[in-house]
Design a binder for this molecule. Structure first.
Ligand SMILES: [Zn+2]
Length: 456
């Protein structure tokens, strides 16, 4: 049987103080004018479209692009550690030279809001979506666009948010080494072969790799497995199907609710979504820009009271409930939120009903649970009543578990305590996917690679 956890115990503080290239735009410092001029020349940057020449302030998009190019130029890779995404599509020692050759020019525009960026005959136009990303995400986009110059195009998606829409957004396979392949290869190299990257940048690269590789290829490239993720006050517990439990610290808690997301789990509060890194310990809060909860932060949907990222028949949906009782879904093909349906009595979205059905449901003020039709966002049949003492329900194999406000986890059918978690005080619990792209078991085979972190 496939081993789920590789029990690597490492020193927490040693990781935190490791040096590396900057991550956050504010940490980059000013760029010498000469270096900026070199980037402008090397990539034929239309500086005025990015807001004019700017050497220091990353609120100006010009400086964001300089930061990206610095990461591309200075990032170093070594070693032979590999995973499925490293196919030597691009020479790891010459990302800068390669990207330069594929770039006829770069400008900033807002003409195709559904895209993060686009490439027209080697001319890249970076859109608002690019500017909203972190340095890592922007570098990924840049390398992705560069690959398009070499004649790699997308096909329609068989899965994910762009399933069944006319827009071509996926690569058929990973091994063809298309734009998604090159982007994922970069993230994987940062994680496995990165020499001088900050540990947080590596964390981000892993989450970005996992959060996107599960839907941008029409073939299945990673194995996934479901685990239970239960949060307590300061730690989270991960439990596999054999009821093996490992602990990982919850180094931050934004007071939000735990949600399943495409790379694992996300802590969601009113204004932000914070990624929980199940793989390498939670070094510091990382804004979730890996799942579609990232749309919470772009300001287009104010006063969100709940959100769900949810797959129905392989198609990914994003739903939002607002404090004024409106229900929306995101129309990925048009890059905008749907028109709302009015649901004044709904207080939360849930994905498991009290009877153990999975789907999208609405919980009302009077504790009734209704099916939501994902197509038109209207409420359908009433499927049950919510026990007000229950925080949430989770389907786990053939069992239905309920997390109670007391911290107990019960088996719904018997009402008895769920034994594997009987000694823990659980605040919230969800079922979440993990992927096998970065871990190895004792025999060197790919495994899921969750890491148990030991406090000092
Ligand atoms: Zn593309």
């Amino acid at each position: 049987m496939r081993k789920l956890f590789s029990l690597v115990v490492f020193c927490f503080s040693a990781v935190i103080f490791a040096e590396g290239l900057p991550v956050q735009d504010g940490d980059f410092g000013c760029i010498p004018a000469q270096k900026a001029q070199q980037y402008v020349r090397d990539f034929n940057i239309n500086v005025s479209s990015f807001g004019g020449m700017e050497l220091c302030n990353a609120n100006v998009d010009t400086k964001k692009l300089f930061n990206d190019l610095q990461l591309i130029e200075k990032g170093q890779f070594s070693g032979s550690e590999k995973n499925i995404f490293i196919g030597n599509f691009v020479d790891s020692n010459n990302y800068y030279g390669w990207a330069q050759r594929q770039t006829a020019g770069v400008r900033r525009g807002q003409d195709i809001p559904t895209a993060t960026a686009y490439n027209s005959s080697g001319y890249f136009t970076m859109q608002d979506g690019w500017a909203r990303l972190s340095s890592l995400g922007r570098v990924g986009v840049f390398l992705h666009e560069a690959r398009h110059t070499e004649g790699y195009y997308h096909v329609q998606c068989d899965q994910g948010p762009y399933k069944n829409v006319a827009m071509a957004g996926c690569d058929e396979t990973l091994r063809e080494g298309g734009s998604h392949g090159v982007e994922m290869e970069y993230y994987s190299r940062v994680v496995l072969q990165g020499e001088n990257f900050h540990p947080v940048y590596k964390q981000m690269a892993r989450l970005m790799n996992l959060g996107r590789a599960n839907f941008v290829f029409n073939e299945t490239v990673m194995k996934s497995q479901e685990i239970l993720v239960a949060s307590g006050d300061k730690e989270i517990l991960l439990m596999d199907e054999d009821a093996k439990i490992i602990h990982t610290p919850l180094a931050y808690n934004n007071g939000g609710s735990l949600h399943r997301s495409s790379f694992g789990v996300t802590l969601l509060n009113e204004t932000s979504a914070t990624a929980v890194d199940l793989y390498s310990g939670n070094l510091e809060p990382i804004n979730d820009e890996y799942s579609y909860f990232k749309l919470l932060g772009d300001g287009r949907m104010p006063k969100v009271s709940d959100m769900e990222e949810f797959d129905v028949n392989n198609k990914r949906y994003l739903f939002a409930l607002t404090q004024d009782g409106k229900l929306y879904s995101f129309v990925f093909s048009q890059g905008r939120w749907s028109s709302p349906s009015s649901v004044p009595n709904v207080v939360a979205l849930v994905t498991t009903s009290p009877q153990g059905q999975e789907g999208l449901f609405a919980l009302t003020k009077t504790n009734e649970v209704y099916v939501i039709d994902p197509q038109n966002m209207r409420l359908g049949n009433r499927v049950g009543t919510w026990d007000p003492l229950v925080v949430n329900y989770v389907k786990w194999g053939s069992q239905l578990l309920s997390v109670h406000q007391s911290g107990e986890v019960l088996e719904s059918a018997s009402g008895k305590s769920y034994l594997p978690l009987a000694s823990y005080k659980v605040q919230q619990m969800v079922r979440a996917p993990i992927y096998d792209a970065f871990g190895y078991d004792n025999h060197g085979n790919n495994a899921f690679g969750l890491v148990e972190v030991q406090y000092q």
